[in-house]
Every structure is written in C-alpha cells, then in structure tokens.
Design a protein around this ligand. Structure first.
Ligand code: TRP
Length: 449
C-alpha cells in the first residue's frame, strides 16, 4: 500500500473532468452568487473575471508545473524540486486551509442534502418567499439536524476517499459534470423569462463602478482562488497524477473557462429570480437556498427539477471536498507513511469538530462573534481571503524566482514536444505581476490604505 506506484488518470476527459470536478462546486453555485450580491453585482463580476485571467490562470499553471514536475504530494514536491529549502512548509498552509474550508463547506453540503430530502418528499409545494425564508432559518438554526447532515456528508467522503484516486473520483466526475451543466442551462432559460429578469441581468452585467472599494477587490480575489481550488496545493496534488502528455496550458484555460461559465450561469439563474420574487440580493449564505426553490416552482415538472438539481449540487460538492481530502491524504500517506484509512480519518475528524462549530454559527453560536464574524465566517474569510491568496503568492514567487527554468520549460512544452513562447510570459507574470497584485489587494482589503 505505502509503496504503491502512483497512478495516473486514465483518459484525457478524466484529467479535465476531475479538475473541473474539484473546481466546480458550491463555490460557483452557492458562494459566487452570494458574494456577488453582497458586493454590489456587476462590478464584482468584472473584477472577479480580471482576477481569474491575471492571477488565476497563471497560478493554476504554476501549481501544474510543480505537481507534474515532481509527481508528488505538496510537501514531497517541494522537497524533490528544491531539496534542503523551507519551501515544503507551504504544505502546512495547504493542509490548514483544506481543513478550514472543508469544515464550513461540509455544513453547506449538508444543507444541500436536507434540500434534496425536502425536494424528494415534495415539501416545497406552494411556499411564499417568506415561508421559504422561515423554513430555511428554522432548519439552519436548529442544533441537531444540520449537524446530522454534515456528519453524513463527511462520512460519505471518508468512504470514497478510501477507495483511491481512480475508482473514487474519476469515474463519476465524467458523467455528473456535464449533467449539472445541462441542468443549469435549462434553469437559465426559465430564469431569464421571468418578469424580473431585466433588473436581475442588469444587476449582474451592468457595472456600477462607484460600488468598487478595496473590500470588493479582496472579495473577488478570494472568490477567484476559492472557485479555482487554488493556492493550497489541490492542483499540485491533482496534477501530480497527470500523464506526460497532458497539455498544461490548454487544461488550465479549459478549467478556468468552464469554472467561470458555471459561476456566471448560476448568477444568471439567481439574480432574475431575486428581483422577481422580491428577495434581497445581499442576503448572504442563504441566497441560493431561498431563491432557487422559487424558480423551480415556476417550472412545469417542478418536483423533478428540484430533486435533480439538489442531488447534482450535492454531488458537485462531493467532488470538490474529495479534492480537499486528497491534499491531506497524499501528505500523510507519502510523508508520514500512514495508511490511507488513518490519514482520511484524521482529516475528516478535524473537519467534523470544526464543522459542528460552523453549523452552530447559524444557531446557538450566532452571537459568538469576533470582529463581527462567527466561527463559520472566520473559517470562510481566513481560508478564502487570506490563506489561499497567500499560498498562491508563495507558489507564484516559487515558480517565478526559485524553480529551475528547465523544469518550467519541460512542463510547459511537454518535454519539448509542444512549441510555445508562453513559458516566458508565464515566468514574467509569476515573478512580478501576480505577487505584487496579491500584496496590494491584501493591504487594501485589510485597510492598510
Ligand atoms: N473550488 C471548489 C468550489 O468552487 C472548492 C474547492 C475544492 C477548493 N478544492 C479546493 C477551494 C481547494 C480552495 C482550495 O466549490
């Protein structure tokens, strides 16, 4: 088991689908709309796309170069590529972020399971907006029920992660992602023919630049890193399983394009409905859960649509959390020689403890705040807006300044097979542009200037 040969992904579709499976999840469908709503709409979207292009894609490539260049877990990768240096400490940052993110993520994934259940027993019926809101609050603030779902979700992760890379992840990513995408397209059509669609679409696409301040920019950068699963080594770990023929640039741009498309589709579904049903766009984490059931109500065959949607959203969360587990599991099995079972148990237990606190943040612990944030709020803010960009900055400095240029050229050209000048441009961006931009956004967002 411990000395097992590293597997690689079986098919080309497998590579993209698995990375997309990691990228596409609650970040696109739950977090993106609510962050957009809290940060004023179109202006946020514009900066978000800027962050994807300028920071996201280059840092994805940097992670790919490290991962495939070393065929190793995060810590092993840095040890192999730069022996005797302290760069491998980045892996601790990654594991911390993975546990923090997975803790609050599992709570929301638990909500999607509750909603799947509610959809199955057909309880949405003819609810009014107020009733959806009341039901939501009653559910999320109750002490036990959401925790039950969180634990169930973590348990499912445990089972899957124990079955290994190939079987566990690859197979069903290939089917689910396209299905989720199709479903979103159908909902889009319904949403943009609602009476409030005009207002919703202009909220999403017609920027009001006066809304931009440094917290909007920090939020957009955090969301970009979160949505691409960037900055904590997920993509280092995943790309360590890439074959030598995988085209890195094409994979990175495909993943980023697809990920952004899904987020924008989610926005196109949510905001017209928000304006049609008189929901406030700045609701926060509940936005998707109180908005979407309305959209389904307006469709013939509402039952089927809502069941299908919540099942797929749950599965999309699962492919994302599995990628978070894989960071710790690869680290503990390869660096600490633990069994896969023990490693996943360790990761998941930590998430369970923190997950309980996150879940209670919507109920009995909602008053337990520090600087206005609950435990849930802190896990989210700290990981998305601080740790991920920080990790991304270190990774870009590493590839831009430290890593042997030969490795970069080798990985970018697939060992000389592809002809590309992009390696030079990439190094320039990673050296100068990405780290500077991340620092400036940090300092701005934390109120330094
Ligand atoms: N990108 C995923 C989403 O949008 C979440 C995710 C999975 C993630 N793995 C990650 C975020 C690693 C940051 C780092 O839902």
């Amino acid at each position: 088991m411990m000395s097992e040969k590293r597997v690689t992904f079986a098919t080309k579709l497998g590579v993209i689908a698995t990375a997309v499976g990691s990228a596409v999840g609650l970040g696109n469908i739950w977090r993106f709309p609510y962050e957009t709503g809290q940060h004023g709409g179109a202006a946020f979207l514009l900066i978000y796309i800027g962050c994807i292009l300028l920071l996201g894609i280059p840092v994805v490539l940097a992670e790919f170069i490290i991962g495939r260049g070393s065929h190793s877990n995060v810590s092993g990768a840095f040890r192999k590529l730069s022996p005797g240096t302290g760069w491998h400490y980045i892996s601790y940052l990654g594991i911390t972020a993975a546990v923090l993110i997975m803790s609050f993520y599992s709570v929301i994934a638990g909500w999607t399971m509750e909603y799947t259940y509610q959809a199955l027993i057909d309880s949405f019926g003819s609810h009014t907006p107020e009733e959806f809101q009341q039901d939501f609050t009653a559910f999320t603030s109750s002490p036990l029920r959401p925790i039950f779902w969180t634990f169930l979700f973590l348990g499912i992760n445990y089972v899957i992660i124990n079955r290994g890379v190939q079987n566990g992840i690859e197979k069903y990513s290939n089917v689910m992602m396209p299905l989720l995408f199709l479903l979103l397209l159908v909902f889009c059509v319904r949403s943009i023919t609602l009476p409030g669609a005009g207002a919703g679409l202009s909220y999403l696409f017609d920027p009001d630049f006066s809304k931009i301040d440094s917290s909007v920019v920090l939020g957009a950068m955090g969301q970009a890193f979160f949505s691409l699963s960037l900055g904590m080594g997920t993509l280092i770990t995943y790309s360590s399983y890439f074959s030598s023929r995988t085209k890195l640039v094409r994979s990175a741009t495909t993943i980023a394009a697809f990920d952004t498309l899904v987020a924008v589709l989610a926005g196109i579904i949510i905001f017209p409905a928000v304006f049609t049903f008189g929901i406030s766009p700045s609701q926060g984490p509940e936005l998707v859960f109180i908005t979407l059931p309305h959209v389904f109500q307006q469709m013939p065959g509402a039952y089927i649509w809502s069941v299908l949607f919540f099942i797929l959203l749950f599965l999309a969360s699962l492919t994302s959390t599995i990628s978070m587990c894989e960071i710790s599991v690869a680290f503990f099995t390869e660096e600490r020689k633990m069994s896969r079972k023990k490693a996943s148990l360790l990761h998941i237990s930590a998430c369970a403890v923190l997950g309980v606190l996150c879940s209670l943040s919507f109920g009995v612990l909602s008053e337990a705040t520090l600087f206005g944030r609950t435990v849930f709020g802190w896990c989210d803010f700290l990981s998305s807006n601080i740790l991920l960009p920080l990790g991304g900055m270190l990774i870009s400095i590493y590839v831009g300044w430290v890593l042997d240029k030969k490795v970069i050229r080798k990985e970018m050209t697939n060992n000389g097979e592809l002809r590309t000048r992009l390696a030079r441009i990439l190094v320039f961006v990673l050296r100068y542009i990405a780290p500077t931009a991340i620092i400036l956004i940090f300092l701005g967002g934390l109120g330094v200037f």
